[in-house]
Design a protein around this ligand. Structure first.
Ligand code: MLT
Length: 405
């Protein structure tokens, strides 16, 4: 009989969001009358904007005509989209980026999960704690979990103002997500520069997840790690249209690997990670659909930018309302200012999962902080991606919960 990958035994039974969905479904079966207000998984609820759906329609029509039909596309993505990305996401922010560095994909979740394949099985991986679980789980699946000690947690707590400290020893790969999922906190330019300097000094690679950069309000917060000098030598950046343009169902993202980002092989020679990723994508991936890439290109049009600004402002109004309500209850929270997540400390007598249960009984779905790592215990996360009415209603229910705050 075939042998399974034993490393899967090092994983928790269920992926966090699947476990939350399972518990909500069980609860719902017992309380069919309860109207649930879903502030759990960070899934967008506003529809695609008209400029994007119009581009989709046009692309669908092209696929139905012999002279404009497209078969397999370039694995790395169509040049029209890669050029638009370089122009709008980088050049306009003063960052010089080469088209060759851009790899279009169908989601950042896959990219941040797959990137670990570029590194040796005994690479030491550092993650902030709490952390988006995909970084950890994908490394566990590759054999870096269990008691092998290849995953180092960098606590982000109230004590250090949710700013991770540099690892005391040598690490090979560091995952940073800013604006942060789940805490909603950000790193200033100076704080991010500390990480770039560390990576340059230790020859480490940073995987920078910037999925929520569009929610940054403070002009002093960097949107891209490449705004920091030297980052082009040590950083891979993952970006997504999911939260920026409502593509969670449509699926389009991209990963940036400048050719100057290198790591060593066993002979001690340096190898380009861009070349390795190119090799990997060509082997395992046939590219994001043409119609979706045309929709993503349309995101950069002036019409779409105006339409999307209104959507994102709506989400951020929710974030502020959630944050305000939590603070008025006398509970500690962070986030909700430059990110669509609010990270709330649970009342003293409740653990993360207990708080999740209490809120679920009130019909409010949140995500328990403990699911994001040991330092997430004692917190829950609220997403601002719901409707204004639901976010407001959830906070009204929270405020009248007996013995809560
Ligand atoms: C979240 O809730 O953290 C996000 O929806 C996860 C994701 O983007 O995959």
């Amino acid at each position: 009989m075939a042998r399974v990958n034993e490393y899967y035994a090092d994983l928790q039974n269920n992926f966090l969001f699947a476990e939350v969905a399972r518990r909500v479904a069980v609860h719902q079966a017992r309380h069919p009358q309860l109207e649930y207000l879903r502030l759990g998984i960070g899934d967008v609820t506003s529809p695609l904007v008209p400029a994007v759906t119009q581009a989709l329609h046009r692309a669908v029509d092209e696929m139905g005509q012999a002279n404009t039909f497209k078969g397999y596309g370039p694995e790395q993505g169509y040049s029209f989209l890669r050029e638009a990305i370089v122009q709008h996401d980088f050049a306009q922010r003063g960052v010089t980026m080469d088209n060759e560095a851009i790899f279009i994909s169908d989601g950042s979740k896959c990219d941040v999960g797959n990137l670990q394949e570029l590194f040796s099985p005994d690479a030491v991986i550092a993650v902030t704690d709490p952390v988006y679980p995909v970084y950890v789980d994908s490394n566990i699946m590759a054999g870096r979990g269990g008691n092998r000690g290849h995953i180092l947690y960098l606590p982000c707590t109230q004590e250090n103002n949710f700013v991770p400290e540099l690892p005391s020893g040598k690490v090979d790969v560091i995952y940073l997500c800013y604006p942060n999922n789940p805490t909603g906190t950000v790193l200033s330019r100076a704080q991010l520069a500390v990480w770039v300097e560390y990576a340059l000094a230790c020859e480490a690679v940073i995987i920078f997840d910037a999925a929520y950069e569009a929610y940054i309000n403070d002009p002093n917060i960097p949107h891209s790690i490449y705004e920091i000098d030297g980052a082009e030598k040590v950083a891979i950046e993952c970006r997504s249209f999911s939260k920026t343009a409502g593509f969670t169902g449509l699926r389009c993202a991209y990963t940036v690997i400048p050719k100057t980002v290198r790591a060593k092989n066993v002979q001690g020679e340096t190898v380009s990670l861009q070349g390795m990723w190119q090799r990997r994508q060509c082997t395992r991936y046939n590219g994001c659909p043409y119609i979706v890439q045309r929709a993503a290109e349309a995101v950069y049009s002036p019409e779409a930018q105006t339409q999307l600004a209104a959507v994102l402002q709506g989400y951020m109004r929710n974030a502020r309302a959630i944050r305000q309500a939590v603070l008025e209850m006398g509970l500690h929270c962070v986030g909700g200012v430059n990110a669509p997540y609010v990270w709330m400390q649970t009342p003293e007598h409740l653990s993360s999962w207990e708080c999740f249960d209490v809120l679920l009984d009130a019909g409010i779905v949140c995500t328990p902080g403990a699911g994001f790592g040991p330092s997430g215990e004692g917190y829950v996360r609220f997403t601002a991606f719901g409707s204004a009415a639901h976010s407001q209603q959830a906070m009204e229910r929270l405020k009248v919960l007996e013995n809560f705050a």
